[in-house]
Design a protein around this ligand. Structure first.
Ligand code: 5GP
Ligand code: ZN
Length: 112
């Protein structure tokens, strides 16, 4: 997708602080971190949200979770929160599926 910021990061066309890469997923630090560890794990394939990814490339959904787990472990954390904001009302602002990985501080529930 020509105008997709995360496609450009995956392609190396704009810089990002990459923390992990696999055949199907790329992980990089969020520009506006909400926790000491805040990483986004995205599929290399452009899809608008995680439900579309589940339909088109189900195995990659699991890969995003595995990468998230490994990034958290590498950073020395045990507890973490995984979030897929899906749709504008839920807070999605970039329409390339991405898994938020948040760790390193106590996190409250329910979320805002
Ligand atoms: P959403 O609101 O769609 O769930 O999450 C989008 C996330 O992408 C936000 O947390 C935002 O800070 C992050 N973000 C937006 N643009 C960029 C960028 O160019 N680089 C990085 N690393 N993160 C970005
Ligand atoms: Zn994209």
């Amino acid at each position: 997708m020509a105008d997709c910021i995360f496609c450009k990061i995956v392609a190396g066309e704009i810089p990002a602080d990459l923390v992990a890469q696999t055949e199907t997923a790329v992980a990089f630090r969020d520009l506006n971190p909400q926790a000491p560890l805040h990483v986004l794990v995205v599929p290399r394939t452009h899809v608008a949200n995680v439900a579309e990814l589940a339909d088109r490339e189900a195995e990659t959904v699991a890969e995003l979770v595995r990468v998230a787990r490994d990034v958290v472990a590498d950073a020395g954390h045990e507890s973490y929160r995984l979030v897929f904001n899906t749709g504008e009302e839920a807070g999605q602002s970039v329409f390339h599926a991405h898994l938020h990985v948040l760790a390193g501080r106590p996190q409250s529930w329910p979320p805002g």
